[in-house]
Write a protein that binds this ligand. Sequence first.
Ligand SMILES: O=C(O)C1=C[C@@H](OP(=O)(O)O)[C@@H](O)[C@H](O)C1
Ligand SMILES: C=C(OP(=O)(O)O)C(=O)O
Length: 428
Amino acid sequence: MKPIKLQTKIPSLKGILAIPGDKSISHRSIMFGAIAEGETTVTNFLLGEDCLSTISCFKKLGVSIQQKEDKVIINGKGFYGLEEPSEILDVGNSGTTIRLLLGILAGRPFHSVLAGDESIGKRPMTRVTKPLRLMGAVIQGRKNGEFTPLSIKGGNVKEIDYELPVASAQVKSSLLFAGLQAQGITKVFEPVKTRDHTERMIKKFGGEIEIDGRTVRLKGGQRLSGTYIHVPGDISSAAFFLVAGAIVPNSEITLKNVGLNPTRTGIIDVMKEMGADITIIPYEDDTFEPCGDILIKSSILNGITIEGDMIPRLIDEIPVIALLATQAEGETVIKDAHELKVKETNRIDTVVYELAKLGAKIVATDDGMIIKGKSNLTGGTVSSHGDHRIGMMLSVAAAICKNEVFLENEESIYISYPSFFDHLKSLQ
Ligand SMILES: O=C(O)C1=C[C@@H](OP(=O)(O)O)[C@@H](O)[C@H](O)C1
Ligand SMILES: C=C(OP(=O)(O)O)C(=O)O
C-alpha cells in the first residue's frame, strides 16, 4: 500500500478526547462473559481488530454474542457451554487472544486449532504451552509448541503451583483460566507485578481469588455469573496523546475516562519524573477498575532511567516514551525491557531504526535503549512494520518534524485504536 503523508509542524494540540475502551479489559470481558453463566453486557468495548478477533473466536466456540457498535451482549453458558470449533480459531495479530484462549481451552475436552497472522507466527508460545501441558493439556505446534499454528486438546486439568519465568500478565491470566477448571488450588507467582485485570474480573463475575503481593491463588471448579462491564478508556492509547501534549508546543489536552489501574500507570509516573505537566482528576466510583480524566500541557522535559519493576507498568508505552525522551534534555536510559523483543515486532529494533531515520539520537542495547535529547526531528519515510504502537508513535513524532513525513503500513493502527487519526486531527 502507498505510504500516507503525516501532518508535520503542528503548532499546538488543544481539546478534549474520550479515549476508546481498554484493549486488555475488552478481551477479558468477552472471555469471562463466555465462561460465566447468564448474560453479560459490555459497554465502551474497544472496536479494535484484536478485540474483534476475540469475539470471532468465541463465536466459533458456539457462544452467542451480539455486538452493536461498542455494546456487546454475551450469553454465557459456563465453561460447559463451549463447543468444539469446526473452523480454525484465527487470533489475527493478537497475542492476548491466543495466550488467554489457550488457558480456557486447556480445560475443555475437545480439539481446537489456533493460528494468526505472520507476526503471531513469530511470537513465543512455550511460556504458556509448557505450564498448560504440565496441567494436562495436549498441545502440538511448530518447534514443539513454541509457534503457531497450535492444536490443543484439553480436559481434566490438574491445578498448578507455578513461578512465572517472565513477568507476563498474559501467562498469568492463561494459567488462571486453566486453574478455574482444575480440581485443586492453582497458585501463580510472578517475578514482577503485572496488570491485574484478570484478577479484578474474576471478582466482578462473582468468583474468588486471593492476592498476596506477587502470588495469586484460586480454587478450581468455581462458577461465575454474568454481569455488567463498562470498559474504561485505554491508558496505552491515551499514552500517544499524553506524549503529543507534552512535546507539541502550546498544547493542552484533556483525556476523559482513562483507566488508572496502578498496574498500568507507569507512564504517568515516568512522565511526571521527566517534568511533564500532568493533572489527574480521579473518578470516585472505582471499585472495579480505577478511572479518571487526565490533563496534559506541554513543558520542558528531562531525561531519566526507566528500569526494573516499572517496566511491566508501561511495557506497551515504551515506543512512545522513547519519542518523548528525544525531546527531553539529557540522557534517558530504558533497561530490563527484553520483553519488547517479542511483541508485534522487535520493538527495540523498530523504535531505534525508525526514530533514528527522523534524526533522533538513539541506540539499542541488549535490554532496552539509550536516547540523547533534545533533538530536532527532521523527516523522511518511516514504517510501522505492521506494529500498531510503532505506527502511532511515528504519527505523533511527525507532529514535531520540520520536513515531510510519510508512513508505510498505517493500517496496523486499527489493531488497537481505529479512531486514532480522527482524534489527532480533532485537536488541531
Ligand atoms: O494481558 C494483557 O492484556 C497484555 C499483557 C502484556 O503482554 P505480556 O503479558 O506478554 O507482557 C501487554 O504487552 C499486552 O499488550 C496486553
Ligand atoms: C503487545 C501487544 O498486544 P498483544 O500481545 O495482545 O498482541 C500490544 O498491544 O502492544
